[in-house]
Design a protein around this ligand. Structure first.
Ligand SMILES: NC(=O)c1ccc[n+]([C@@H]2O[C@H](COP(=O)([O-])OP(=O)(O)OC[C@H]3O[C@@H](n4cnc5c(N)ncnc54)[C@H](O)[C@@H]3O)[C@@H](O)[C@H]2O)c1
Length: 458
C-alpha cells in the first residue's frame, strides 16, 4: 500500500520524519510534528501492519492541516525509506518489533527515536548496540517519565546533595484495576510481544532509578507470579470462568473488568473498526489462561555505585501511582504520586495526577522533615510528554542540566534490569547484567554527590 506524497528530499529546512506503528502512542508524535513543531518538522511516511490504522493516521494528517504522508504496509518499510528519505524514523510499534525497525532504519542512514522499551530481550539488545556501532546513527529512547516535573525535581534534589549520596532506594509502583488490568487484555499479555511487565512497564521505573542515581545496574534477583488475572480468580469473583473477549462475553453485565470497545469513540475507531485487517482483539478477557506475564513482581538490584534497590510492581491495586524513598548519607528523600484513572486509547489522561496527588519530602538524619512544593506542568504524563517533544523537535533545545535526553546506552541499562529479572524468574538465581550483553555501556549522567565526599557528623 502506498499513496502519493513528495518522493525526493525537498529544499525545505524541516527535518523529515516517518513513523512506524500507528496505534495509540504514535499520535503524540504525529500531532507534535504536524501542529506545534510544524515549522521545523514534517511527516513524510507512515507504516504499520494494519491498513486500517494507516488510513486513520493519514486522515489525522488531513485534520491537522498537513500534507498527507504516504502510507506503507510493514513489508514495504524499506520502500518507504527509499522513496521518502526521512532523516528520522520514529518507532512506536509493538515492543518486540522495535529492534527490526531501529536496525533497518539505522542501516538505511536514518536516525531513530524509539518508544520504550528499546527492545525486549538480550539478543535484540546486542543487535541494536551492534547496529549503533556499525552505523554511527543517532538513537534516542523516549523516556518521557524523566521529563515529568516532580521527577526532574527529585533529580535536582539528589544532584544538590541535600540527602548526601544515596546508599539505597525503596520503590513501589502500583497499577489499579483499570490501567493495570488493561495490560492483560492487549498484546502486552504475552511475553513474546512485550517482554512482560518487568520489561514493558518497569523499563520506565528502572530508567528513572538509573538516571536519578547516575548509576549502572550490576545484578538482579527477582520474584514474580500471576495470581490475580487468572481463570481461578474469575471463578472466585463469581464468574463461570474466563471468556474470549468482552464484546461477546456472556457475563459482561456482571464483570467489573468489562471493556466496552464500541462505547468508546477512541477505542472503536483505533481498534474495533480494523480487526478485519489483522485479527487483533483489543478487549480480550483479562482472566484467560494463555496469559504468560506476571501481575506481581519484586526485584532486588545492585548498582555500580554500591547503591541497592528494592522494587515492586503490582497490577491490581486500589490506587495507581508510586512511592519512592532514597536513603542517603545526610537524610532521606520521599516522593509519591497518586494518579487518576487511565485506560490506553480512551480520552483519559495518562499519568494525570489526582488532586494533591504529588508529595516530595526531605527528612534530615536528625531534625525535622519538611515538604517541598512539587514542580508541575499540564498534559499527559504530568506534562512530561510535552517537554520531551520540545527536547526532540526544537532545532536548538534548551541546555538541560539534568541530561534527560536518553540514547541506546540508557535504553539498554533500563531494559537489562527487566531482562535480568525475567532470567532470574526462570533460574531462581541472581543474574549479573554483564552476563547478558557483556560490558554495559555507561550513559551520560550529570555530576552527583559521590561515595568519596566527606559526610557531616549528624
Ligand atoms: N512512553 C510511554 O509512556 C508510552 C505509552 C504508551 C505506549 N508506549 C509504547 O509505544 C508503543 C506502542 O504502544 P501503543 O500503546 O500505541 O500500542 P497499540 O497497540 O495502540 O499500537 C501498536 C501499533 O503497532 C502496530 N504493529 C504491530 N506489529 C507491527 C509490526 N510488525 N510492524 C509495524 N507495526 C506493527 C499495530 O498494528 C498498532 O497499530 C509500545 O512500544 C509502547 O511500549 C509508550
Amino acid at each position: 500500500m502506498s499513496a502519493s506524497s513528495s518522493t525526493s528530499r525537498s529544499a525545505s529546512p524541516r527535518r523529515r520524519y516517518a513513523i512506524v506503528g500507528l496505534g495509540s502512542r504514535h499520535a503524540l508524535y504525529q500531532d507534535g510534528i504536524e501542529n506545534v513543531h510544524a515549522a521545523t518538522a514534517e511527516l513524510v511516511g507512515l507504516c504499520d501492519v494494519n491498513a486500517g490504522r494507516i488510513e486513520l493516521a493519514r486522515q489525522r494528517s488531513a485534520r491537522n492541516g498537513a500534507v498527507v504522508p504516504a502510507g506503507y504496509l510493514a513489508a514495504d518499510f524499506e520502500t518507504m525509506l527509499r522513496a521518502h528519505r526521512p532523516d528520522v524514523v520514529i518507532v512506536t510499534s509493538v515492543d518486540a518489533t522495535h529492534h527490526e525497525y531501529i536496525i533497518r532504519a539505522m542501516d538505511a542512514g536514518c536516525d531513530v527515536i524509539t518508544e520504550k522499551p528499546m527492545t525486549t530481550d538480550a539478543e535484540k539488545t546486542r543487535a541494536i548496540l551492534a547496529a549503533k556501532q556499525r552505523t554511527g546513527r543517532g538513537l534516542r529512547v523516549a523516556f518521557n517519565y524523566r521529563y515529568s516535573p516532580p521527577r526532574s525535581q527529585v533529580k535536582d534534589l539528589l544532584m544538590s546533595g541535600v540527602i548526601g549520596d544515596v546508599l539505597s532506594v525503596d520503590f513501589q509502583w502500583l497499577l489499579n484495576t483499570h490501567h493495570g488490568a488493561d495490560y492483560f487484555r492487549r498484546w502486552h499479555a504475552e511475553k513474546k510481544n512485550s517482554g512482560g511487565l518487568f520489561v514493558h512497564k518497569s523499563t520506565h521505573h528502572f530508567d528513572l532509578v538509573n538516571w536519578w542515581l547516575a548509576a549502572v545496574p550490576v545484578a538482579v534477583f527477582a520474584t514474580g507470579k500471576r495470581e490475580f488475572y487468572t481463570p481461578e480468580m474469575a471463578r472466585r469473583l463469581g464468574l463461570s470462568g474466563p471468556h474470549e473477549r468482552c464484546q461477546t462475553c456472556p457475563e459482561k453485565a456482571k464483570c467489573g473488568f468489562y471493556l466496552n470497545l464500541e462505547g468508546s469513540a477512541g477505542l472503536n475507531s483505533l481498534y474495533a473498526a480494523h480487526e478485519a485487517h489483522d485479527g487483533y482483539l483489543r478487549d480480550r478477557c483479562v482472566f484467560r489462561p494463555e496469559i504468560d506475564i506476571e501481575d506481581t513482581m519484586n526485584a532486588m538490584v545492585t548498582y555500580d555505585t554500591g547503591a541497592t534497590l528494592s522494587y515492586s510492581l503490582n497490577t491490581f491495586n486500589a490506587w495507581e501511582g508510586y512511592v519512592v524513598a532514597f536513603n542517603g548519607t545526610k537524610g532521606r528523600l520521599e516522593h509519591s504520586i497518586v494518579e487518576s484513572v487511565y485506560v490506553n486509547g480512551t480520552e483519559s489522561v495518562q499519568g494525570g495526577v489526582a488532586e494533591d496527588g504529588v508529595k516530595i519530602r526531605v527528612v534530615p538524619l536528625r531534625g525535622t522533615g519538611y515538604d517541598l512544593k512539587p514542580w508541575s506542568a499540564a498534559g499527559d504524563h504530568g506534562g512530561g510528554d510535552r517537554l520531551m517533544l520540545e527536547d526532540i523537535f526544537l532545532p536548538t533545545p534548551a541546555v538541560d542540566k539534568y541530561l534527560r535526553a536518553a540514547d541506546e546506552r540508557a535504553g539498554a541499562c533500563s531494559i537489562l534490569v527487566g531482562i535480568a529479572a525475567n532470567r532470574s524468574l526462570q533460574t531462581g538465581a541472581q543474574v549479573r547484567v554483564a552476563d547478558l550483553v557483556g560490558t554495559v555501556p555507561r550513559p551520560d549522567y550529570p555530576p552527583m554527590p559521590s561515595r568519596r565526599d566527606p559526610v557531616p557528623m549528624p
